[in-house]
Design a protein around this ligand. Structure first.
Ligand code: 2NE
Length: 275
């Protein structure tokens, strides 16, 4: 695959293959691709671009190199009120930017695939959980460190993990902070497949291309459907407005719009009341 850079960032690379795949790479290998607030803001910006670009059908999220997908929050910029940006007035105000990113990935109406080589640890493990699919290299290692380093992710990090691997296993992962290799992760339903690290990108691209052959709107509706119950009214809203996208194209909805514009009463009697 020939990846073409789309936008320049400091902490990430954002590239397209020109055939429907966007790739976002965390480029902080010196800290095992840990994220600082700026990293998350950049990923979020690239995701907006990929969402808005009609030529993009699938998004891959990964980490630079073979040692790590992501090792979670950068502990060097962790303050007493959250994670700190490195300059300006914002420097003293801690945040959890990752919350917004997690929700953004979950609500994004295109499939997001985590391509994991090496460590997916702490907040990095949660990032891959949030992605729709995970393709793991045989050197991938998964785990949580929260209770070791004085942190936790109780939302998606606990709840979504429990949905995937069951409550006992999820509690084991969090309560013992062990690491699990790729085959163990596959066995517990944490990842979709495991391939030799040298084949990771080719396999991920093959999965993406399979999805690119399929109906984008059906994939969009399916993603929203998978999340609707869990996400409550926000999830239902996504599905409802996806329905609205289709409803607007019907003669019945058009009649409402045209009647308003023409300042007349709408004639909905011409449309069947469906059983
Ligand atoms: C990832 C892991 C297991 C890798 O181990 P190893 O042995 O391959 O590498 P090493 O030597 O530990 O790390 C290489 C360099 O990367 C830094 C290390 O400090 C080290 O730096 P130098 O000694 O070379 O200067 N590094 C690695 N991870 C970092 C991190 N997250 N922040 C800052 N520097 C990091 C091993 O490195 C590891 O266990 N890392 C820590 C994982 C961790 O505890 N992450 C934070 C969990 S909390 C979180 O992510 C979170 C949350 O719970 C809630 C909200 C938001 C975030």
């Amino acid at each position: 695959v020939r990846w073409e850079p789309v936008r320049e960032y400091e902490d990430i690379a954002y590239e397209h293959d020109g055939e429907g795949i966007a790739k976002i790479t965390i480029c902080r290998p010196e800290v095992r691709n840990a994220f600082r607030p700026e990293t998350l803001v950049e990923i979020s910006d690239a995701l907006v671009h990929a969402r808005e670009d009609p030529s993009v059908g699938v998004i891959v999220l990964t980490g630079q190199g073979e040692d790590a997908f992501c090792s979670g929050g950068d502990q060097r910029v962790r303050g007493d009120t959250g994670y700190l940006s490195d300059s300006g007035a914002k420097a003293s105000v801690g945040r959890f930017h990752v919350t917004d990113l997690q929700v953004q990935i979950r609500r994004l109406p295109k499939p997001v695939v985590a391509m994991v080589a090496g460590y997916a640890i702490g907040g990095g493990q949660v990032l891959h959980l949030i992605c729709d699919l995970t393709i793991a290299a045989d050197n991938a290692r998964f785990g949580q460190t929260g209770p070791k380093v004085g942190s936790f992710d109780g939302g998606f990090g606990a709840g979504l993990l429990a949905q995937l691997v069951g409550f006992k296993k999820a509690k084991e992962i969090w309560f013992l902070c062990r690491q699990y290799d790729a085959e163990q992760a596959l066995g517990m339903g944490l990842v979709n497949t495991v391939v030799p690290v040298a084949e990771l990108e080719a396999e991920t691209v093959a999965w993406c291309r399979e999805m690119l052959e399929l109906s984008p709107f059906a994939l969009r509706l399916l993603k929203a459907s998978f999340h609707a119950a869990e996400d409550g009214l926000s999830g239902i809203q996504q599905l409802a407005h996806d329905t609205n996208l289709l409803f607007y194209a019907t003669d019945e909805a058009r009649e409402g719009r045209e009647a308003y514009r023409e300042k007349r009463s709408p004639d909905f009697a011409q449309f069947p009341r469906r059983p």
